[in-house]
Design a protein around this ligand. Structure first.
Ligand code: S3P
Length: 435
């Protein structure tokens, strides 16, 4: 087990950072690249553990691609029904996105495959994907009523469905759309609130006919997907660690370049704005059908806010950071409608509260959220990552605000999404060590 040590410090001057490639878009580029006719060339693919697992699983199913670590990264498409039976089970490690999206892909192939992952992934519910895939005609086996991995997906000739999802989850929506590629007719998914829409954007770019109206997506089945050149912007969720540091640390003059600003992802900007933060957005443009830009946070006195409803799916991975910001805001911040966090890489409501209260925060969990009272000075502490990359990195950023040396144990999980995190954190002037 590795440990991340953080001691606060100040940078010598202005800092400009570029966070690594977006994880969600990277998974999709690998998958659509494999299902396309012809080659896909990916610039800025996130070369982190989660995406590596997806690439390896696709390779096991016969898609060839560049050696891991190559940039640009080439995927040689096999066509949307051209994958082959893998010789053994597919191990997606910690990646819920990899596992759920590949369940959708395999459902429409003419073979069966078993998918599993690490201890955390084996506790996560897959019934939300298994159920619609079975309605489309695939057979899915999994553990207990929640279909925990290992799950076995038996591919079949699928039929298109109209599915109303009970959860606002891009993984569920994407799994159904990927299955729908091999179902004749129109596959329709309606979600209760808008979740990230990278699958829709990328499917359109690869040549699929797809329409979005309010909360409903319609895909025409059996398209020919054409290999593309894909440029991946910086992950908003990775940039968010530094964005929040920039909002909280007066000594930091920070610019974050080339950040994905897709509105289905960037809800944290609105939530921080509600709390009085000032974040300059500049150089806005579109890259590969995704909006990107530069973010420049300015530290301001924050105040509490009530965060809930439709914004939650648009900041779902940033709730631990929002809670950290709330510890420095005056008043009581209430985050609600976020029960989904209980089934992430860890129970993120519980682990966020545990990490921040160990550092002196006043924070409590509710069944679907968090209540944070502030402002509270944070003190250094020994924090467990609970095997969750976003908790480990949030604790690392909290360490920038805390007096003394913060030690995050189980820090190896950071490699799932942001292998250069410690190095990047050190660029903010902090003393950072991994051991
Ligand atoms: C993701 C969707 C979200 C998010 C996850 C990545 C994706 O999960 O939390 O980190 O790439 O589709 P849900 O779909 O379960 O909300």
């Amino acid at each position: 087990m590795s440990q991340l040590l953080v001691r606060p410090g100040s940078p010598a001057g202005p800092v400009t950072l570029t966070a690594p490639g977006d994880k969600s878009i990277s998974h999709r580029a690998l998958i659509l690249g494999a299902l396309a006719e012809g080659d896909t060339l990916i610039h800025g693919l996130l070369q982190a553990e989660d995406c590596r697992r997806t690439a390896e699983a696709l390779t096991e199913m016969g898609a060839e691609m560049s050696a891991w670590g190559t940039d640009p990264f080439r995927v040689y498409g096999v066509g949307r029904q051209g994958l082959m039976t893998p010789c053994c089970g597919l191990d997606l490690g910690n990646s819920g996105t990899g596992l759920r999206l590949l369940m959708g892909v395999i459902a429409g192939q003419n073979f069966s495959a078993q998918l599993t992952g690490d201890g955390s992934l084996r506790r996560r519910p897959m019934d939300r994907v298994a159920e619609p895939l079975m309605r489309m005609g695939a057979l899915v086996e999994g553990g207990g009523p929640r279909y925990t991995p290992p799950v076995k997906v038996h591919g079949a000739r699928l039929q298109a469905i109209h599915y109303t999802s009970p959860v606002a989850s891009a993984q569920v929506k994407s799994a159904i759309l990927l299955a729908g590629l091999n179902a004749p007719g129109e596959t329709v998914v309606t979600e209760p609130a808008r979740s990230r829409d990278h699958t829709e954007r990328m499917l359109r770019a690869f040549g699929a006919q797809i329409e979005v109206e309010d909360l409903t997506v319609r895909l025409q089945g059996e398209p020919t997907l054409h290999g593309q050149e894909v440029i991946i912007p910086s992950d908003f969720s990775s940039a968010a660690f530094f964005l929040v540091a920039g909002c909280l640390l007066p000594s930091l003059d920070l610019s974050l370049k080339n950040v994905l600003l897709n509105p289905t992802r960037a809800g944290l900007l609105e939530a921080l704005g509600q709390m009085g933060a000032e974040i300059e957005v500049s150089d806005q443009r579109e890259v590969n059908a995704e909006p990107v830009g530069t973010l420049r946070p300015h530290s301001r006195c924050l105040h509490s806010a009530e965060i809930g409803g439709e914004i939650i799916p648009r900041l779902i991975d940033e709730v631990p950071l929002l809670a950290l910001a709330a510890t420095q805001a005056s008043g009581q911040t209430v985050i609600r409608d976020a029960a989904e966090l209980r089934v992430k890489e860890s129970d993120r409501l519980a682990t966020t509260a545990a990490a921040l209260s160990a550092m002196g925060a006043e924070i409590e969990t509710t069944p679907d959220g968090l209540v944070v009272s502030g402002p509270t000075p944070l003190h250094a502490a020994q924090i467990d990552s609970y095997g969750d990359h976003r908790i480990a990195m949030m604790a690392g950023v909290a360490g920038l605000l805390a007096s003394g040396e913060t030690l995050v144990s189980g820090a190896e999980c950071i490699a799932t999404s942001f292998p250069e995190f410690a190095h990047t954190l050190a660029q903010l002037g902090a003393e950072v060590e991994v051991r």
